[in-house]
Ligand binder design. Structure first.
Ligand code: SAM
Ligand code: SF4
Length: 366
């Protein structure tokens, strides 16, 4: 079967839903004109279902204190080479107010993973405080790692309604090549957490890094089928970026070039847009780190969400999950003008002052 035949089966406003593992692999391997056909089709499908709107989530990197030591992440607890910080309540609320003033509509609170009672209480408090801003006008996404179902429920009841927890690798073998094999990093727990989030009622997001050592096209095709099977509301995918203070750094010469990892990420986004036309898909900051035009390219290939960083600048350099992270020194207002201009150049526009919920989720639950 040719790429053309696969793509022709998909109408602009219908979901293919039926892409097989082999067809997905073909799409992920597309080059030259075929690759362009894939990106064009994904854009067409996105515009038919979601229009040309981009939703913003003001990203607040709450803390780089983490109890885990994932083998790819610079924030891992076993990295002593930077200062640990946790924002004060006032700093978090200031960031959220700024998001509101800038018309972002939503914030995303992200952090290293902790699950102690003080942390759980603190997040509950912060979510409630953010909800008080202008009578609950901000939507809240959390990305705080693995927690018990009870914790997820507490935060949901406090007012958070979206949660991002990447599976990182849906293939258990690959999962254990990029995580230590111990009780803190358990594949089944990760899966159960995603199920708990869905059960509690969050708009649940997951995702993977693209271009990891040992990762194959078969793995990536299965990742997309996993997202489809779980029927998640959101997906975030970005290129893997090796960090010198992590164990996976030693494999940096065995992974595709940055350009190839970026291109493969775009093909993952485009293919998933064909499979799940109405989900929210994030153009991850990692795209922009690898390629200055990376976020726009992700939007043009089918993503529809951007997470501009609102973390106070003095802390950003200590939240380096990977090196040379984009926008570490930008000020929020610079960021906004820059985004509007960049998106207009590719025929898209920010939908300000809206939560920008997943259309797929809203249709399913109303
Ligand atoms: N601690 C939470 C968690 O793990 O879900 C949230 C923060 S964590 C830093 C957010 C995401 O960063 C992870 O899901 C992972 O996919 C991504 N990440 C970590 N290290 C990375 C790297 N070296 N390159 C690209 N993305 C990375
Ligand atoms: Fe911690 Fe998340 Fe980084 Fe893993 S990916 S080390 S849980 S911050």
């Amino acid at each position: 079967m040719s790429i053309n035949e696969i793509l022709n089966r998909i109408g602009p406003s219908t979901s293919s839903g039926t892409l097989t593992h082999e067809e997905i692999k073909l799409l992920l391997a597309a080059e030259g004109d075929d690759k362009k056909l894939l990106f064009d089709k994904a854009l067409q499908v996105k515009l038919a279902h979601l229009d040309n709107f981009v939703h913003l989530r003001g990203l607040i990197e709450y803390s780089n204190v983490c109890t885990k030591y994932c083998l790819y992440c610079g924030v891992r607890s076993k990295n002593p080479n930077f200062e640990r910080y946790t924002l004060s309540d006032e700093e978090v609320i200031e960031c959220a107010k700024l998001a509101h003033e800038l018309g972002y509509g939503s914030v995303a609170l992200q952090s290293g993973e902790r699950s102690d009672a003080a942390f759980v209480d603190k997040i509950t408090h912060l979510v409630k405080e953010i909800k008080k801003i202008d009578n609950g006008s901000l939507g809240i996404t959390l990305s705080l790692g693995e927690q018990t179902e009870e914790t997820y429920r507490r935060w949901f009841e406090a007012g958070a309604h979206r949660y991002l927890l990447r599976i990182e690798a849906s293939n258990e073998d690959l999962y254990y090549k990029i995580h230590p094999r111990d009780a803190k990093h358990d594949f089944k727990t990760r899966l159960n957490c995603i199920d708990s989030l869905l059960k509690v009622g969050y708009q649940t997001g997951t995702g993977v890094m693209v271009g990891l050592p040992f990762q194959t096209l078969d793995d990536l095709a299965d990742d997309l089928l996993f997202f489809k099977k779980k029927d998640v509301a959101m997906v975030g995918m970005g290129p893997f970026i090796p960090h010198p203070d992590t164990p996976l750094w030693q494999y940096r010469d065995q992974i595709p070039s940055a350009e190839k990892r970026m291109e493969l990420t775009l093909k993952m986004i485009a293919t998933l847009r064909l499979m799940m036309p109405e989900i929210n898909m994030v153009a991850a900051t990692a795209n922009q780190t690898v390629d200055p035009q990376g976020r726009e390219k992700a939007i043009a290939a089918g993503a529809n969400v951007i997470m501009p960083n609102l973390t106070p600048n003095e802390f950003r350099e200590n939240y380096l999950i990977y090196p040379d992270k984009a926008c570490v020194s930008d000020k929020p207002d610079q960021c906004q003008t820059c985004l509007d201009v960049r998106l207009a150049a590719i025929g898209h526009k920010v939908l300000y002052n809206a939560w920008g919920d997943s259309v797929a989720f809203t249709k399913k639950h109303h």
